[in-house]
Design a binder for this molecule. Structure first.
Ligand code: SF4
Length: 149
């Protein structure tokens, strides 16, 4: 299976206190005003990559997590679900997800996979220097199969 990916790199900031492989999906239909990743809006600005190519990069012994970001990962929901399943079935790594969509509208099936979700659109009027980028965005953590924020 193939998906459009903007970039993949080892990240020290996307999952607090953890080292992650950050997989940036290209393409975003949400178009938040003031978005800093406008070059990711067009899916075709990324590279069409296979799940095997991405898994090779995810299989990095230095990382404990995989973070799916964008762009908007849920715009390629079938590919995102496929990648989550592969990570869960083939590695010991935990999954983090960044989405511009609100937690309540994320597909139920998707919520089975991540342990950590940052969600909500970027709001320029609510920009903050800390984490997350705007104060309306919410952080959810899963513990014993229950989500808290
Ligand atoms: S969801 Fe993210 S990538 Fe998409 S427009 Fe908003 S800030 Fe930009």
């Amino acid at each position: 299976m193939n998906g459009y990916i903007a970039r993949i790199f080892t990240s020290f900031i996307d999952v607090p206190n953890e080292i992650a492989t950050a997989v940036y999906f290209s393409g975003c239909s949400l178009r938040c005003k003031g978005c800093h990743n406008k070059h990711f809006w067009k899916k075709e600005n990324g590279t069409l990559m296979s799940d095997d190519q991405i898994m090779q990069k995810i299989n990095n012994p230095l990382t404990s997590h995989v973070a799916f970001l964008g762009g908007e990962p849920t715009d390629q929901i079938e590919f995102l679900l496929h990648m989550c399943k592969r990570v869960q079935n083939e590695t010991e790594k935990k999954i983090a997800l960044y989405s511009g969509r609100e937690f309540e509208v994320l597909p139920k099936e998707l919520l089975d996979y991540p342990e950590f979700i940052v969600c909500g659109p970027y709001r320029q009027d609510l920009h903050q220097t800390g984490f997350p980028a705007s104060s309306n965005q919410r952080i959810f953590k899963k513990k014993d199969q229950l989500w808290t924020n």
